[in-house]
Design a protein around this ligand. Sequence first.
Ligand code: PLP
Length: 395
Amino acid sequence: MIPSILPTYNRAPLCFETGEGTWLTATDGSRYLDLGAGIAVNALGHANPELVAALTEQAGRLWHVSNLYQIPEQQRLADMLVEKTFADTVFFTNSGTETAELAIKMARKYWYEKGEPDRIEILTFEGAFHGRSTGAIAAAGSEKMVKGFGPLMPGFRHLPWADMAALKSAISERTAAVMVEPIQGEGGIRPLSDAEMKTIRQLCDETGALLILDEVQCGVGRTGRLFAHEWSGLAPDIMMVAKGIGGGFPLGAVLATERAASGMVAGTHGSTYGGNPLGCAVGARVLEIVSDPAFLAEVNRKAALFRQKLEGLVAAHPDVFEGVRGQGLMLGLVCKVAPADIVKAGYDQHILTVPAAHEALRLLPPLTISDDEIAEAVRRLDAAATQFDSAPSSV
Ligand SMILES: *Cc1c(COP(=O)(O)O)cnc(C)c1O
């Protein structure tokens, strides 16, 4: 008999009742150190008092009004995002996959309005993850996600990951856009180098193709900059944001330049909940906190500490780990055993991590994680890894 919850997830037998900072408490009272943070969602930890205050203050006043009307909380968050980023304009969604939908629509509409309605092709990369809507699975194109769901939306071409030669030969004056994650999340914490980011931007500029960056996982302070692309000193035309921006409240946003967004006039897109006052009130508080240079400096300091300890962990378990990759507090331990097995062993040590493709174990703690919690996380990962060692060893 089919379960009452559609069985599309492989769930661990863990159930949490409360959370505080980097910790989750299970129904049996035991505490877990959370290095997954709802997959990079709880950017400021669980039950962050400032976010609880922002949410409850708004909840006592007004939960929802339609986008038929002005929404001051939405206006405020949009103004903040425009002030702090490359963007001139913002559309709010409830999730990451909805940002993929709008990014695709916006790119196509741009060329349609420019009198090139056939310029619809969007180039994407192997290992990409842009969400689970029909458009987003067509964009990413992996067999695992698309099988059985055809016919797929046409107009995507999938290139080998980070293959600049392939991009160079695929991109042309017929290309509508290039869509890419600066650091692949589900794809295994695989970063593009600054040089690769610059090449992509340059090839887009030469052909006129729009650059869509998917910062749903790597954005909002995760890498130690407000947005990951800032490390390479360039800007996209369209950017997808979700996960961390709501700190746990469902919220996403598409940010765009005036030029890229020029086709999106009244009536071309919409969402009932998108830009809802509750989500925007929380999002504004998240953005205020995360965009503070002192906060980002702390993320970078802690990231360096974490990375150094993880290098020690890798050295102590040469049969289990191969290395560390990623940036800021978006880190991947490259594994020599199945990452899912280490995640399971982590449950026994009461630490939560997330598996990913390409042999990576993802570590995506709340950005508010403390130095002590970093040390404790590495101790627990060490204990979890020990059972996979062929010779006994320790950090
Ligand atoms: C999670 C994710 C998405 C999809 O977000 P949902 O909120 O699950 O729809 C899209 N892109 C990237 C890079 C993601 O990590």
